[in-house]
Design a protein around this ligand. Structure first.
Ligand SMILES: O=C(O)c1cc(=O)[nH]c(=O)n1[C@@H]1O[C@H](COP(=O)(O)O)[C@@H](O)[C@H]1O
Length: 347
């Protein structure tokens, strides 16, 4: 089929299909930048075409949906909304998928993204991966940005393979095989900047990386807070690397980069310094609720704008009914809405 300008302008996917693609292009996942803005916004109406840069796309979605909340999906087979799951891996994975679909359906109106914790699916083997893929597709159909929480890190070739699996595609004879199709993935920085570059080479231009900078767990202090001989701490150095890599690809509309930082909400005293070191990075803020963090303490994260801070919560939303009673769906939506309002009031 001939590639006309009109056809090529319809979508980024079509544009890709119409141009001569070098092999490196084949390693990138098929673009689905159009999905988020066409989804119903929190205010109700359909939105216009999506910006091209992933951070601009996310910022547009935050504005359209009126939410900076990320729904964490960490399904535990013994604590599913429809009851504990048992049987073989296929049966348990089926129950996990049904649970995740129900959770997404319940809270989609109050959140901008989902963050499936991939270990919770991978532990179920091949059926678990299928459940993850179905959950991702369901979240995308609900208009949500998808952040695969994989926390990968490895040397260049292996980093590329991980990235192809989550946010890219794998070049094969005669074409490429799509990966999971996530908009972003979490990565660990401790193998160095060259490995982050290898992830970024696959993720760019469509997907984002969320780099662990200062995590929410108590043991984060063991390594990340260690002082460096030349001054500063390990995590501050990582924040600098995030800023350096991110400065290469900043969204023209949002001013935010495609290299984001994970900064735990449990130690909010670090936020102002992190923001100083990485002024254009989107911050993912885990640790609210079950780990003791409070949205009210997170204001420095949002200094560059509303989309610069994403508050992620898993247990406090999905298990809200265990605290307040009532139906799991209603309790989850109420908690997600409470978080949304608290975060929105800060920016
Ligand atoms: O990258 C993450 O999402 C993450 C980073 C971090 O510093 N701390 C942290 O708890 N998480 C994730 O957040 C989820 C737990 O969230 P809660 O249930 O809300 O505490 C798990 O999937 C963790 O892997």
């Amino acid at each position: 089929m001939a590639c006309t300008p009109a056809r090529a302008s319809r979508s980024r996917s079509l544009r890709r299909g119409c141009r001569a693609s070098p092999p490196a292009r084949a390693s990138r996942r098929p673009s689905r930048a159009r999905r988020l803005p066409d989804a119903p916004s929190a205010a109700g109406g359909p939105q216009g075409p999506a910006p091209a840069h992933v951070a601009d796309r996310l910022a547009a979605a935050v504005a359209a949906r009126g939410s900076q909340i990320v729904l964490g999906l960490d399904p535990d087979p013994l604590r599913l909304w429809h009851g504990p799951a048992g049987g073989d891996a296929a049966a348990v994975a089926g129950a996990v998928e049904a649970h995740c679909r129900a959770v997404v359906d319940a809270v989609a109106d109050a959140v901008v993204a989902v963050k499936p914790q991939v270990a919770c699916f991978e532990r179920l083997g091949a059926p678990g991966w299928a459940a993850l893929a179905a959950t991702v597709a369901h979240a995308r159909d609900a208009g949500l940005f998808v952040l695969a929480d994989a926390k990968r890190g490895d040397i260049d070739v292996s980093a590329a393979a991980y990235a192809q699996g989550f946010v890219g595609a794998t070049p094969v004879q005669g074409g490429s095989l799509p990966g999971l199709g996530a908009d972003a993935m979490t990565v660990a920085p401790y193998m160095g900047l060259d490995t982050l570059r290898s992830f970024a080479a696959v993720a760019r231009p469509d997907a984002a990386l969320f780099v662990l900078v200062r995590t929410s767990n108590p043991g984060a202090a063991d390594l990340q807070d260690e002082p460096l001989a030349r001054g500063g701490t390990v995590w501050e150095h990582v924040a600098g690397l995030v800023a350096r890599l991110g400065a290469e690809h900043v969204g023209p509309e949002s001013g935010l980069s495609d290299i984001a930082a994970v900064v735990g909400a449990t130690q909010p005293r670090h936020l102002a310094r992190a923001r100083e070191l990485a002024p254009q990075a989107i911050f993912l803020l885990p640790g609210v609720g079950a780990q003791g963090g409070r949205v009210e303490d997170l204001a420095p994260a949002f200094a560059p704008g509303r989309a610069a801070g994403l508050v992620t919560a898993s247990r406090s939303i999905v298990r809200a009914h265990e605290q307040v009673g009532g139906s799991p769906a209603q309790a989850a939506l109420a908690e997600a809405q409470r978080l949304r309002e608290a975060a929105w009031a800060l920016a």
